[in-house]
Structure formats: structure tokens, C-alpha cells
Ligand binder design. Structure first.
Ligand SMILES: *[C@@H]1O[C@H](CO)[C@@H](O)[C@H](O)[C@H]1NC(C)=O
Ligand SMILES: *[C@@H]1O[C@H](CO)[C@@H](O)[C@H](O)[C@H]1NC(C)=O
Ligand SMILES: *[C@@H]1O[C@H](CO)[C@@H](O)[C@H](O)[C@H]1NC(C)=O
Ligand SMILES: [Zn+2]
Length: 440
């Protein structure tokens, strides 16, 4: 009798355990990973919209409202607007890089002033919504900020032209809270090529460019390789001491756009322990002009990267507010959870995403990369700041290539010779045909 009772109890117990395990397995949805780890998006251009719409005057900006149908910010009035606090909350966004961007036309002119203006508006936006946003500059603060119910808000500078070839400016951006610099936007800098040069090279990464990478490693500024030429990606990956990031790029072998990352470079990113944060832009995820991209296209990019180099080097950098066409199913910042649901429900031929994998994709991979960059910074703390100055010849050639009058915008003593000499170095002055860059 006792034995029977024990047997009955045991089977009831096993049944209950089995049921609860079964239930919890069945009830887990991909989106639940976003409650276990912060979703960190590598690239949002809202600050550029704040300039275009409001000249950065935030007094009338109602970020706390759902702006989907707003007269200024809604879909009809603003084709590049996809972001507000209610939709970020619905999208379970836990960390966001807000982008300080100055257009390429400002290169050799007022790029620094325009970039500072955008850093300022990001900082003021964060201060204006202290219950929702918090400035974060250290990897260790991302998760705690997110757990306190706020979006860990980080700053990225998009485009090396914002440095004006100055290490001093790079260091001070860091002091203002910037944690990545994208080496180029759509335009070459005098020291690094942008994606429109395709397979070719104008400057590749010059010696001064290598110095910039060294200094970024030394101070703990992440190197963002989105927008650079594929050769610059290779050159940087050969010398960087810290893991790199791609803040908003997808897979080249799925969509042959030079803004995307080819397979050989994905292999190098794995070796480097870096991260590719996948861009959702229609034209980068689906190279077919005659149809709009869908969430399924984005899934293909994420799965391609995962199949090739594993789940530790992929993240999300959707590019909301930088572009005007987003895929069907990922129309604004509220849609990320749908993407995670879909990845978890993998289909035949697709990799299986575990809960842990989804947490990595969401944010743990990026946190690891930032932590590693901080460790490199700390290991180089006894090194002195680099004092290098770009040569007048390099500036001469680069400005000539841009059709500018070399030196016309410069007054610095070290570039005096730039105004008086036409003797240029062995750098090529002929530029390859460069198509107008994609805005994103
Ligand atoms: C440019 O960089 C690529 C990639 O590292 C390299 O293969 C190529 O030789 C470089 N070209 C020049 C002209 O330096
Ligand atoms: C592009 O999309 C159209 C419409 O769906 C399709 O008919 C065509 O085959 C696609 N082209 C390529 C190159 O995939
Ligand atoms: C793509 O979507 C836009 C609206 O988002 C629509 O105007 C356009 O007609 C669509 N293009 C195609 C080829 O379906
Ligand atoms: Zn961009």
C-alpha cells in the first residue's frame, strides 16, 4: 500500500513537473528574451530629424506622445520619422545609440561645430526626459540603467569628417560622452575611404588613419566600420587592438550593396571578437528595386551572419530615422519584438535560436564588445596621447579631390604650407568616379 501511494505521488509529481516544463517551453516567445537582456540598437538618427524639423529647439517636441499621426512627426509629414517614447517602450528598446551626424558637405568647413550641435541636442533630449532616458558611457551601466526602467542612451558620431583630421577633437568627443566614431560617412576623409569606392581605393587607410585607430583604441572609443570601403574594413581589422563594431550594416552576400559586410570580413570580425549590427534599410536588405523588403529579408541577413560566424557577433542597428523606407513588418521602433518572436520560431533550414542566443543578439554581444574596448583602454593607460598632425600635402590632395580650394577653410599654423605649395605628395589626385552616397 505504501509503495503504491509513493508510486502514485511520484507520478503525480512527475506529471506536474512535466506539465510546467512543457508549459514554460510553450509559453516562451522570442520577445521574452527582451525582458532578460536589454535590446540595444546601434543606430538611430532621430537627432538629425530634430535638427531638420526643429533646428534642435526642443520646447515643442513631445517625445512622450505617440507621434505616428502627428502633423510634424507623423508618417505623412515626415517619411524618415519612426521614433517616440511610447513606441520605443512597445518595442522593448533598452539601449540606444543616438547619432550625431554632420553632412559630408561640411567636411573641411564647419563639420566640428555641426557635430557638437548634435551632441548637444542628444544630451539635452536625455536631460529633458530623465524618467525615460539616461546617458550611459560605460558598459557596466547599460544593464543597470535598463533595469531601472530607462533607455541606456549612448552617443555615436557618424562620419570621420566630424574629426576634421584632429586627434584633439577625437579625444574631446570622448569626454563629451561619445562612444563610437564611424570612420567615414558617404565621403572619403583624407585618411580613410568610404563605401562608394567599392573595390577600389583612393586613400585606403593611410598612416594617419592608422594613428586614429591607435588613438581610438587607447582612449576606449569604439571603431565603427559601417560606411567605410571594404578595403578599409580589412585594413582596420588587421591593426585594431580592440573589437570593432558595425553600427548599421547587413550581409553583402545576401544583398550586394557596398554598405554591407562581405563574408571574408565577417570571418575577420569573428576573429576580432567584434559585432555586426544588422541594418533594416530596404535597399540594404533587399537589392531588388521592384519589391519592398519585409521582415523575412532582415531574418535572412541575421541568419546568414549567424550561420557563418555564430551567434556571438551579430546585433541590431536598424537605422530608424536615417532612411525613409523600412521593411514590411518592421515599420517603426515598436516592432523589434515581432522580429525576436519570428527568429525563435525558426523555420526549416534556419538555425535554432535559443533564449541565450536571442539575449546575445539583443544586447549581450554589444555589451561584451564595449567591455573589451574598455579593457584595451585600461591596458594602454600608461601610453601617452598621440601628438600626430596630418600633413599639409594630405589635406591638399584631399581638398583638391573634393573640388575645393585647398586651404581656403584653414587657419591652423601647422597647415601654413598648404596655402603656398602646389607640390603634392605621391598620393593620387585623381579620384575614381564616386556615386552620390546613400543618405543613411
Ligand atoms: C588597400 O587595402 C587592401 C586591404 O587591406 C589591400 O589589399 C590593398 O593592397 C591596399 N591597396 C593599396 C594601394 O594600398
Ligand atoms: C525582383 O522582384 C520581382 C517581383 O517580386 C521578381 O519578379 C524578380 O524575379 C526579382 N528579381 C530578382 C533579381 O530577384
Ligand atoms: C513599397 O512601399 C511603398 C510604401 O511604403 C509603396 O509606396 C510602394 O509602391 C511599394 N513598392 C513596391 C514595389 O511594392
Ligand atoms: Zn549611416
Amino acid at each position: 500500500m505504501v509503495y503504491i501511494n509513493v508510486a502514485v505521488c511520484l507520478s503525480v509529481l512527475l506529471f506536474v513537473i512535466g506539465l510546467s516544463v512543457g508549459l514554460s517551453m510553450n509559453t516562451f516567445k522570442g520577445r521574452n528574451a527582451l525582458d532578460l537582456a536589454p535590446l540595444i540598437d546601434g543606430h538611430n538618427d532621430l537627432p538629425d530629424n530634430l535638427y531638420n524639423k526643429l533646428h534642435n529647439d526642443l520646447r515643442t517636441f513631445r517625445f512622450e506622445d505617440d507621434l505616428s499621426n502627428d502633423d510634424v512627426w507623423g508618417r505623412t509629414a515626415c517619411p524618415t520619422c519612426f521614433t517616440d517614447l511610447p513606441r520605443l517602450s512597445k518595442g522593448k528598446v533598452g539601449g540606444q545609440f543616438w547619432v550625431a551626424y554632420a553632412p559630408c558637405e561640411s567636411q573641411y568647413k564647419d563639420a566640428i561645430q555641426l557635430t557638437l550641435r548634435q551632441i548637444d541636442v542628444i544630451r539635452r533630449l536625455i536631460q529633458r526626459y530623465p524618467n525615460n532616458l539616461q546617458l550611459v558611457t560605460a558598459a557596466g551601466d547599460i544593464e543597470t540603467t535598463w533595469r531601472s526602467g530607462k533607455i541606456a542612451s549612448m552617443i555615436g558620431v557618424e562620419g570621420g569628417h566630424s574629426l576634421d583630421s584632429s586627434l584633439a577633437v577625437l579625444r574631446l568627443y570622448y569626454d563629451l560622452g561619445v562612444r563610437y566614431v564611424t570612420l567615414t560617412h558617404g565621403c572619403n576623409t583624407p585618411w580613410a575611404d568610404a563605401s562608394p569606392v567599392n573595390e577600389g581605393n583612393v586613400y585606403n587607410l593611410t598612416e594617419f588613419g592608422q594613428t586614429i585607430i591607435y588613438e581610438m583604441n587607447r582612449i576606449g572609443m569604439l571603431v565603427d566600420l559601417s560606411h567605410t570601403s571594404h578595403n578599409v574594413m580589412r585594413e582596420v581589422l588587421a591593426i585594431t587592438k580592440a573589437p570593432v563594431m558595425f553600427s548599421h550594416s547587413s550581409a553583402f552576400s545576401i544583398c550586394n550593396n557596398y554598405r554591407n559586410v562581405p563574408d571574408d570580413i565577417l570571418q575577420l570580425v569573428k576573429k576580432n571578437n567584434g559585432i555586426v549590427m544588422v541594418n533594416f534599410y530596404n535597399n540594404f536588405v533587399n537589392c531588388n528595386d521592384s519589391k519592398n523588403a519585409t521582415m523575412e529579408d532582415v531574418i535572412k541577413h541575421i541568419n546568414h551572419i549567424r550561420n557563418l560566424i555564430g551567434p556571438d557577433h551579430v546585433g541590431i542597428g536598424a537605422d530608424y530615422d536615417g532612411i525613409s523606407i523600412m521593411p514590411v513588418g518592421l515599420e517603426d521602433v515598436s516592432k523589434y519584438p515581432d522580429l525576436f518572436d519570428r527568429l525563435y520560431e525558426s523555420q526549416k533550414g534556419e538555425p535554432t535560436w535559443t533564449k541565450e542566443d536571442l539575449e546575445k543578439l539583443a544586447g549581450r554581444n554589444f555589451i561584451r564588445v564595449l567591455q573589451a574596448a574598455e579593457a584595451v583602454r585600461d591596458s594602454l593607460s600608461s601610453e601617452s596621447p598621440r601628438e600626430d598632425i596630418i600633413t599639409a600635402n594630405e589635406l591638399y590632395v584631399a581638398q583638391k579631390n573634393e573640388g575645393l580650394t585647398p586651404g581656403s577653410c584653414q587657419t591652423a599654423l601647422e597647415w601654413d604650407q598648404l596655402k603656398t605649395t602646389d607640390e603634392v605628395s605621391n598620393l593620387s589626385t585623381t579620384m575614381e568616379t564616386i556615386t552620390k552616397p546613400e543618405a543613411s
